[in-house]
Write a protein that binds this ligand. Structure first.
Ligand SMILES: CC(C)(COP(=O)(O)OP(=O)(O)OC[C@H]1O[C@@H](n2cnc3c(N)ncnc32)[C@H](O)[C@@H]1OP(=O)(O)O)[C@@H](O)C(=O)NCCC(=O)NCCS
Length: 178
């Protein structure tokens, strides 16, 4: 399955063949704000979760590889999934773009495409993103994709590690109502 994100980027359903992309996205410089690289065992488990989510048709979420529109080349990962946030069910999104392709608007275009697909589920009214407060690029993506900064919050991620993040929110209701 394929969705146009912009003239230069496509998002495509995560598949069995995307484990190598996940390994490339596990590079230390890409995982610096996410608690550092995961083990091969954690990556395999994550890949299985992504494949399963990708096949889900109940609105639990979706995972995608980000590909360049004019080439068959995967350059990043993105998706949305459900979480309970302050007593309400919402969608959360997160992303990564490989070095060599950053700073070109790829994550922003892919995020806008994912927001459109999350909206089309007609299931939850809010899409959140929680980048670390010192993740300049990721916070810029949220702002450029139209999210509103709500405040800061603390997560334990990965387990045993306190992470101070921003809470960005995009209203998915057609009229922006909450
Ligand atoms: C965050 C990430 C996905 C951005 O991907 P990208 O395709 O380069 O993003 P875009 O090009 O759409 O936008 C990046 C914006 O951040 C800005 N930016 C980059 N570094 C920045 C910094 N240190 N401080 C502030 N802004 C910064 C860029 O200037 C650009 O904004 P502009 O277009 O207004 O100039 C990429 O850096 C990445 O994969 N990081 C590691 C993984 C990660 O942290 N994921 C976030 C989990 S929530």
């Amino acid at each position: 399955m394929e969705h146009t994100a912009s003239s230069t980027v496509r998002i495509e359903a995560w598949s069995d063949t995307d484990l190598e992309l996940l390994r490339r996205a596990n590079a230390p410089e890409l995982m610096a704000h996410l608690g550092g690289p995961e083990s091969e065992e954690q990556l395999l488990a994550r890949h299985e979760r992504y494949v399963a989510l990708s096949a889900d048709r109940t609105g639990r979420g979706r995972m995608f590889r980000i590909a360049l529109a004019d080439r068959d080349e995967a350059v990043g990962t993105i998706g949305f999934w459900e979480r309970t946030w302050q007593g309400r069910e919402v969608y959360e999104t997160g992303w990564a773009v490989l070095p060599g392709h950053q700073g070109l608007g790829i994550a922003t275009a892919a995020t806008k495409a994912v927001a459109g697909l999350a909206r089309a589920e007609h299931k939850h009214r809010r899409l959140h993103a929680y980048p670390s407060v010192d993740n300049g690029a990721s916070n810029a993506v949220c702002r450029k994709a139209g999210f509103t900064l709500i405040g800061t919050c603390e997560f334990e991620y990965p387990p045993g590690h306190a992470l101070l993040t921003n809470d960005w929110r995009l209203d998915l209701a057609p009229d922006g109502a909450s």
